[in-house]
Design a protein around this ligand. Structure first.
Ligand code: GTP
Ligand code: SPV
Ligand code: MN
Length: 589
C-alpha cells in the first residue's frame, strides 16, 4: 500500500510528466551539487546561477529573473474557498473546481524535458508542536535551492509525515514565465497551493507567504492561533533583561532592518528570531508565544549597507550555511560582487545592471531592481537569538505595528488596551512599494500588514484577533510607529534605521511602567523628555512635529478607514465599529 505522500508524488509525476524526479535531502553536499548544476543550466533562456566573488561573499550566487517576474503579483493571486464570502473582499476569489481546471490546463506536461524537484520541508523546528510538515514540487533549481535556505528541507520532513495525510501540498512550475499564464491559487480547506508561471519569492517559494501566511492564517483561525506578517526580536537592555517584541510592517517597510537592528543606544542589543513571519500561540502560562516558521531571510537589497544595517552586511558575508543568493541586483564587474543602491556611497564605474546590460548612471535609473533581494540562512546571522530554535517560541511583551506614511501618523504611539490596539492595526494605511507589481506610493489600507496575505475574510480575521485578546491572560502592549514621516521638502524627518532603537527603548520603559505617557484622542504619546535622544542631532521642533496629531489629517484618515470597513459589511466586529465612531466623535469635537 502506498502512503499518501507516495500517492501525491506519483500524481505529480503523472500530471507534470518530468523527464526526471529528484527528492531533496537538504544536505550541504546536495546544495553544492545543485548549485553547480544550476551554473550549467538554463531556464527561461537564462543561466540559472552565476558564481560571485567568494572572498567577498562566501558561497554566493547571482540569479537574474525575467524582467516580467520581479515581484509578487497580487492581482494573479487567488483564495479558492467554496463560497466567495469566506475569502472576503480582501482576496481575489475563484470557485475551487474552476481554479483546478484552469491550473490543470497549465500543469499538464509542463515539466517535459525538465527535472521535478520534490522538496520535503518543515516550517518551524521539527521538534516544536507548532511546526508543520510540507511538500512542494517545482521545476526550478533556483526555487529548490532557495527553499533549502528558507525552510528546513530534508529527510526529517519525510519521517515526520510518515503514513499521515496531514501535510501541506505545494505544486509549482515556472512554466514559460508568461504573465498571461501566471496564477497563484490557494485552497485553504485542502491544505493545497498551485502556482504557475513565476519564479519570484512570494509567488514560488510556497512555504513562505502562500503556506505560512495565507493557509496558515486559515489554520490559525480554525485552531486558535495567529499566523502573522511579523518579525520577532528580543531586545536586551543594559540590565541584561530581554524583552520580546513582534513587529508588523507592510512589505518593504522596514521589518528586516528592525529585525537585525544594531542599536545606537549604549548597552542595548537586539537578538534576531525572525524577519517576516511569526506563528503565535497561547502558552499554558497565559502568555503569547511566537516562533518563526522560516529559517532564512528573503530581504530587500536596496538600502542595505554598513551604515543602515551592518548586521545584515555581516550576515551576507558569513559562510556557515550555504548558499547565499542575490537576485536582480547589479554586478560590480571590477570584483564580481553584487551591487545595489545603498551598499556603497560611490557607484562603481563598471556595473552590469539587473537586466544584464551595461549600466549608465546618467540615465537616472537604479542599477539594481528596487525589489532586488538576497536569500540567506538565519544561521549566518551574528545576532541570531539563542532562543531561535526553542520549540516553545519566546514570550511576547510588545507588538509593534507600522506603516509607510509621509504624514498623519506620529513617530510612535501606544494603544490604550488590546481592543483599541486591534482597531489601530485594522486601520493601518501604508504607501505601496516595489515588493508587489503595480503603482508604488499609493496609500492603501493594509490591516496588520496582512492585506495581501490573509487567507480568509478579513472581517472574521479581526474578530479572531479580538477573541485571542479574550483568551490571553498576560496581554502584550500594542504600539504603532511610522519611521517615514516627511517634511515640507519631502525629506524623512526621522533618521530611522539604527536610531529606531530610541523608540524601542521608550516601549520597554512603558512595558516596565517606568515612564508616563500623554493621553490623546488616538492613544498614548511619549512625553518628549522620556524619549532618549542623547547624541542625536535633531531639533526639538522636529521631534514635536513627528509626534503631532493634526486633526484635519486624522478626520481624513477616519474617512478612509470607514470606506475600508464598509467593504466588509457586517463582518466588521461591533467593537471595532464602535471604537471608530468614538474616535470620530473625539476628533470632531
Ligand atoms: P519585505 O521583505 O518585503 O516584507 O520587507 P521588509 O518589511 O522586511 O522591509 P526592509 O527592512 O527590507 O526595508 C525596505 C526598505 O525600507 C529598504 O529600502 C530600507 O532601506 C527601507 N527602510 C527600512 N527601515 C527604514 C527606516 O527606519 N527609515 C527609512 N527611511 N527607511 C527604512
Ligand atoms: C513581501 O513582499 O512581503 C516579502 C517578499 O517578504 S515575498 O516573499 O515575495 O512575499
Ligand atoms: Mn514580507
Amino acid at each position: 500500500m502506498s502512503t499518501p505522500m507516495e500517492l501525491f508524488v506519483n500524481e505529480m509525476r503523472e500530471l507534470f510528466l518530468p523527464d526526471e524526479v529528484y527528492v531533496m535531502d537538504g544536505t550541504q553536499e546536495e546544495a553544492e551539487r545543485l548549485a553547480n548544476l544550476a551554473e550549467k543550466s538554463t531556464l527561461d533562456g537564462r543561466t540559472v546561477l552565476k558564481k560571485l566573488n567568494w572572498q567577498e561573499y562566501p558561497n554566493s550566487y547571482y540569479h537574474n529573473s525575467n524582467p516580467n517576474d520581479v515581484a509578487r503579483t497580487e492581482h494573479l493571486t487567488f483564495v479558492c474557498t467554496p463560497t466567495q464570502e469566506e475569502a472576503g473582499p480582501n482576496n481575489n476569489w475563484l470557485n475551487p473546481n474552476e481554479a483546478k481546471d484552469k491550473m490543470d490546463g497549465f500543469f499538464k506536461g509542463a515539466m517535459k524535458g525538465r527535472t521535478m524537484y520534490i522538496i520535503p520541508f518543515v516550517m518551524g523546528n521539527p521538534k516544536s508542536k507548532y511546526a508543520k510538515n510540507c511538500i512542494q514540487v517545482t521545476d526550478s533549481i533556483y526555487v529548490a535551492l532557495s527553499m533549502r535556505v528558507m525552510s528546513r528541507v530534508g529527510k526529517q520532513a519525510i519521517e515526520k509525515i510518515g503514513n499521515s495525510s496531514d501535510f501541506f501540498r505545494g505544486m509549482h512550475s515556472i512554466g514559460d514565465v508568461n504573465p498571461d499564464r501566471r496564477f497563484i491559487m490557494h485552497f485553504p480547506q485542502e491544505n493545497l497551493v498551485m502556482s504557475f508561471g513565476s519564479g519570484y519569492g512570494g509567488n514560488a517559494l510556497l512555504g513562505k507567504k502562500c503556506y505560512s501566511l495565507r493557509i496558515g492564517s486559515y489554520l490559525g483561525k480554525q485552531e486558535g492561533w495567529l499566523a502573522e506578517h511579523m518579525i520577532i526580536i528580543g531586545v536586551q537592555a543594559p540590565d541584561g533583561k530581554i524583552t520580546y517584541f513582534l513587529g508588523a510592517f507592510p512589505s518593504a517597510c522596514g521589518k528586516t532592518n528592525l529585525a537585525l537592528l544594531e542599536p545606537v543606544l549604549k548597552g542595548y542589543k537586539v537578538w534576531t528570531l525572525g524577519d517576516d513571519i511569526a506563528w503565535i500561540n497561547i502558552g499554558d502560562d497565559g502568555k503569547l508565544y511566537a516562533i518563526n516558521p522560516e529559517s532564512g531571510f528573503f530581504g530587500v537589497a536596496p538600502g542595505t549597507g554598513m551604515k543602515t544595517n551592518p548586521v545584515m552586511m555581516k550576515t551576507l558575508k558569513n559562510d556557515k550555511f550555504p548558499p547565499t543568493l542575490f537576485t536582480n541586483t547589479a554586478i560590480d564587474n571590477s570584483n564580481n560582487t553584487p551591487w545595489w543602491e545603498g551598499v556603497s556611497d560611490k557607484v562603481p564605474s563598471d556595473l552590469t545592471d539587473w537586466q544584464g546590460g551595461v549600466y549608465d548612471k546618467n540615465l537616472g535609473k537604479p542599477a539594481a531592481h528596487p525589489n532586488s533581494r538576497f536569500t540567506v540562512s538565519v544561521y549566518n546571522c551574528p545576532t541570531l537569538s539563542c532562543e531561535y530554535d526553542n520549540p516553545r517560541g519566546v514570550p511576547i511583551s510588545g507588538i509593534i505595528f507600522g506603516g509607510r506614511r509621509k504624514d498623519t501618523i506620529p513617530l510612535v504611539y501606544e494603544a490604550k488596551d488590546w481592543n483599541s490596539g486591534v482597531f489601530i492595526a485594522s486601520s493601518i494605511g501604508s504607501e505601496t512599494t516595489a515588493a508587489a507589481t503595480g503603482k508604488v506610493g499609493a496609500v492603501r489600507r493594509d490591516p496588520m500588514a496582512m492585506l495581501p496575505f490573509c487567507g480568509y475574510n478579513m472581517g472574521d480575521y479581526f474578530q479572531h484577533w479580538l477573541d485571542i485578546g479574550k483568551k490571553v491572560k498576560h496581554l502584550p502592549k500594542i504600539f504603532m510607529v511610522n519611521w517615514f514621516r516627511k517634511n515640507e521638502v519631502g525629506k524623512f524627518m526621522w533618521p530611522g534605521f539604527r536610531e529606531n532603537s530610541r523608540v524601542i527603548k521608550w516601549m520597554i520603559d512603558r512595558i516596565e511602567g517606568k515612564v508616563d505617557a500623554t493621553e490623546v484622542e488616538i492613544g498614548l504619546l511619549p512625553k518628549i523628555d522620556s524619549l532618549d535622544l542623547a547624541g542625536l542631532d535633531i531639533d526639538k521642533e522636529v521631534v514635536e512635529k513627528l509626534l503631532k496629531i493634526n486633526k484635519d489629517d486624522w478626520k481624513k484618515e477616519i474617512e478612509m478607514v470607514e470606506d475600508f470597513y464598509t467593504k466588509f459589511g457586517d463582518k466588521i466586529p461591533k467593537e471595532l465599529k464602535d471604537y471608530l465612531l468614538e474616535l470620530k466623535n473625539k476628533l470632531t469635537l
